[in-house]
Each structure stands twice: as structure tokens, then as C-alpha cells.
Write a new protein. Structure first.
Length: 314
């Protein structure tokens, strides 16, 4: 059987194609790699590589083993990274994973506001997609993530901290004098930048289109909201995006409108269910909740980012 050292050397030789390149990748001597490889082959009872024109060519058995070995190698790497991240965690340092649209607006504002009150707290901010959240939390790359859905992952804890809406982002010259809210039927017969690959918000929008039985002309499909905004700016079409993205992109030639009926979605903080958050992290999430607890409809009432409904009540 192969042990972890055998797996590490076999993986390096397979990937790099030679003992010398594998030794450089592992920062060990060539004789050390050769010895471990011979020992692995002796334990297995068959050769893993053949020499051909100065290179080591994997045998059929090696190809078959590599798929299993690669999975183990990745798991070991994940374990090492998790241990490293745990060693660097502290109450005075907040590691947060945010979606791209959230990262270009709310996250920077929240960090700036929080550090004005807590100047000794440092941050590590990573942008991610919804599919990345479980792995990054479990490997301790971040302490908390911000999501737009409760995916119901058994090892994660979700808490809704705000509600937002999807909005129509458009060039003013192409759609002048729009009402305060617009129906999706206005998208028919227009070039449209589609949200089909953008995760839960794309699913939310697609379900509404299907419910209304609309025929929308999708010219480009995107996975990231700010790419959609850039395409709108260049006149490729209109787009429906989260209002975080739309607010940042609004300019003299671009604007946005919430939809009728409203397409709202939750903003969730996500953490490991078995790992309580530090006091300072909970405080930061509360601030984000204050900044995301209103809808685009409030914008017409004069509310700005950071002024939730509680501010309106005062």
C-alpha cells in the first residue's frame, strides 16, 4: 500500500514528468524522490513509470491510480490550509467572503465605518461565488460569508440580515421617462444581458420570466453582475441585477428601477454551525444588517446606504 509520502512523490512525478522537476517542486533532493518512488513501486508490486526519451512516462496502472491519488492529495492540502488558517485566526481579525456585487459597494463601506469605531480590527476580504461558500468556510479561509440564499447546507448556519431587490439597469437614452417601478414585460423585444449563470438571483429571475411566459431576447449570458453592468454601459442591452451593483453603476447616462412586482431576495450571513462567531465578528455582521435592511423602494424616500428603516423612524 502507498503511504502519504509515496502519494506526494508519485503526484509530483506524474505532474512534472521527471524526477528532477518533482524534486524541485517538493524542495528535496533527486535521490530522495527516486528512493521514495522505488519503495512505492516495491510496495505496490508494479512499476508506475517507464523511461522514454529522457522522460518518465506513466504506466496504465499509474494513470488509474492518479485519479484516486489526486483526490487524496487535494484533501491533504485542504487539511494543511485549514490548520494554517486556524493558527492565524483571532478576535481582532475578521475574515469575510463576499459576492462580487456586495464587494464593490457594501463591504468597503461597512469596513470603513467599522474601523472608525474599532481601529485595531483588521480585515481579510475575499470575493467568491455561491458555490465556493461551503468549502471556504470549512477550510477556514473565512469566518463569515455573505450569501443571497439559504442553501440549507447541514454544516452551515444561515441568518437573514437584510432584504434586497433585483432592479432593471439601463441606459437613460434608450429608456427615457420610466416610472418608479417597471414590469418585466418591458424587456420583450429588447437585447438583454442574461443572469442565467449568476446563481440564486439568476434562478429567481428565470422563474419569474417563466411564470409570466415572457419571450426575452438574451444576447449575452453572464455569471457576474458587474460584467452585466459593463455590458449595459457599452450599449449591449439592458440587464436585471442586484441593487448593490446597480447603485454603484448609476451615472449620468445609466440608471436603475425596481421591478413590479418586486423580486426580492434575502441577504444572509453564513458561518460554520459548530464554530461560534467572535464578539467582534458578530458586531460587524450587525452593522452589515443595518446597511442591507431596506429595499430599493426606500431610495425614493431619500434613504442612503447605511440608513436603514430604523433611521427613517427617527
Amino acid at each position: 500500500m502507498m503511504n502519504l509520502r509515496h502519494i506526494e512523490v508519485f503526484h509530483a512525478v506524474y505532474i512534472n514528468g521527471s524526477v528532477s522537476a518533482a524534486a524541485r517542486a517538493l524542495s528535496v533532493s533527486q535521490p530522495s524522490v527516486s528512493n521514495v518512488l522505488r519503495h512505492a513501486e516495491s510496495r505496490l508490486g508494479f512499476p508506475l513509470f517507464k523511461r522514454a526519451k529522457g522522460r518518465l512516462v506513466p504506466t496504465d496502472e499509474a494513470h488509474a491510480l492518479f485519479f484516486e491519488v489526486s483526490d487524496i492529495y487535494d484533501r491533504v492540502g485542504s487539511l494543511r490550509q485549514t490548520a494554517k488558517n486556524l493558527a492565524h485566526a483571532s478576535d481582532g481579525h475578521i475574515r469575510i467572503g463576499v459576492l462580487p456585487g456586495f464587494g464593490i459597494d457594501v463591504a468597503p463601506l461597512a469596513v470603513a465605518a467599522f474601523r472608525r469605531k474599532h481601529p485595531k480590527v483588521s480585515f481579510d476580504i475575499q470575493t467568491l461565488h455561491h458555490a465556493d461558500i461551503p468549502r471556504l468556510l470549512q477550510e477556514r479561509h473565512c469566518d463569515i460569508a455573505i450569501a443571497y440564499e439559504n442553501a440549507g447546507h447541514e454544516k452551515l448556519e444561515y441568518a437573514e440580515i437584510g432584504r434586497r431587490e433585483l432592479v432593471l439597469l439601463y441606459r437613460k437614452a434608450g429608456m427615457p421617462d420610466l416610472p418608479s417601478r417597471v414590469g418585466l414585460e418591458m424587456l420583450e423585444d429588447r437585447d438583454f444581458v442574461s443572469l442565467a449563470h449568476s446563481g440564486p438571483l439568476g434562478t429567481l429571475f428565470s422563474r419569474e420570466v417563466a411564470r409570466l411566459n415572457l419571450d426575452i431576447r438574451e444576447t449575452v449570458t453572464i455569471s457576474t453582475m458587474y460584467v452585466a453592468a459593463a455590458l449595459v454601459r457599452e450599449g449591449v442591452g439592458v440587464a436585471v441585477v442586484d441593487d448593490f451593483t446597480a447603485r454603484v453603476c448609476a451615472a449620468d447616462d445609466m440608471d436603475y428601477r425596481p421591478l413590479a412586482p418586486a423580486l426580492s431576495f434575502g441577504v444572509y450571513s453564513v458561518c460554520l454551525a459548530d464554530r461560534p462567531l467572535s464578539r467582534i465578528t458578530r458586531s460587524f455582521i450587525s452593522l452589515i444588517g443595518e446597511m442591507t435592511g431596506y429595499s430599493p423602494a426606500d431610495a425614493s424616500a431619500g434613504l442612503r446606504i447605511g440608513e436603514g428603516r430604523s433611521a427613517q423612524a427617527h
